[in-house]
Design a protein around this ligand. Structure first.
Ligand code: ADP
Ligand code: ADP
Length: 228
């Protein structure tokens, strides 16, 4: 589903991502773990088309991202959902409107939006919160809105950037459960970056360990914890 071939991203002298090769399968939950500065976010931004690799090729669902025009980039980006550590909700909009906003941006009609938003709210367990503003929600609830928004346009891939790092352990568990449910019921491929082994152990099928911009280890999570 995602092919990362020999991808390097340099900022002037600094090599943030250094010749990374990864092949992520359709339907898997793939973790990328590493300390701060390892290059995880830079790699994720390349997957989300927010950055262009200095070198290398990225293919998602048969499309070579690294060969797209600017106009195609905008269209392809809608096929990729993204959730963030600090949620990035629009504080002046209600839960409903935060989700409706990304449907509108994708050109959906009013009728489609009216049908789709309640479905998404139900999926993330927030049906009774549609008229709330972000400031009226707990952290876990905000991330549920973030997830609903990311899924609004039925992406093939969901990218998670430290999605539970701002949450307490109990809330983290419930958000990870939700990601598992989404992966199972929708069959969506999930790539998550984290610095927490707990997160990897809880939800990931496979994990890549990054250090100094390179992938230094690739493992099945089951094997990793079965063979200490
Ligand atoms: P991680 O997500 O693993 O913490 P990052 O991808 O954020 O790592 O950073 C990898 C390296 O690239 C770091 O040394 C960081 O300072 C550098 N870096 C990241 N983004 C930029 C940027 N926009 N400009 C210059 N250097 C950057
Ligand atoms: P938590 O205990 O998870 O931190 P809160 O105590 O912040 O959650 O909120 C509990 C519930 O009350 C939430 O479901 C939230 O939607 C609702 N809520 C919180 N603040 C407000 C508010 N100012 N107005 C309306 N509802 C609120």
């Amino acid at each position: 589903m995602i092919e990362i071939v020999n991808v390097t991203k340099r900022y002037k002298q600094l090599t943030a991502v250094d010749h990374v090769n990864l092949s992520i399968r359709q339907g898997e939950i793939f973790g990328i773990i590493g300390y701060s500065g390892a290059g995880k976010s830079t790699l994720l931004r390349c997957l989300n088309l927010l950055e262009k690799p200095t070198q290398g090729i990225i293919v998602i669902d048969g499309k070579e991202l690294t060969a797209l025009s600017d106009q195609e980039v905008r269209k392809e980006r809608q096929k990729i959902g993204m959730i963030f550590q600090h949620f990035h909700l629009i504080s002046s909009k209600t839960v409903y409107d935060n989700i409706a906003f990304s449907l509108k941006a994708a050109g959906k009609t009013k009728a489609e939006i009216k049908k789709r938003v309640p479905e998404l709210l139900e999926m993330v367990g927030l049906s009774d919160r549609s008229a709330h503003y972000p400031a009226q929600l707990s952290g876990g609830q905000k991330q549920r809105v973030g997830i609903a928004r990311a899924l609004a346009n039925e992406p093939k891939v969901l990218l998670c950037d430290e999605a539970t790092s701002a949450l307490d352990p109990t809330t983290t568990k419930s958000i990870l459960q939700l990601l598992k449910k989404i992966n199972k019921t929708l069959g969506i491929t999930i790539v998550l970056i984290t610095h927490e082994m707990e997160v990897v152990q809880n939800v990931c099928h496979r994990v890549a360990v990054m250090e100094n911009g390179q992938v230094v280890e690739l493992a099945d999570v089951y094997d990793m914890f079965a063979n200490p």
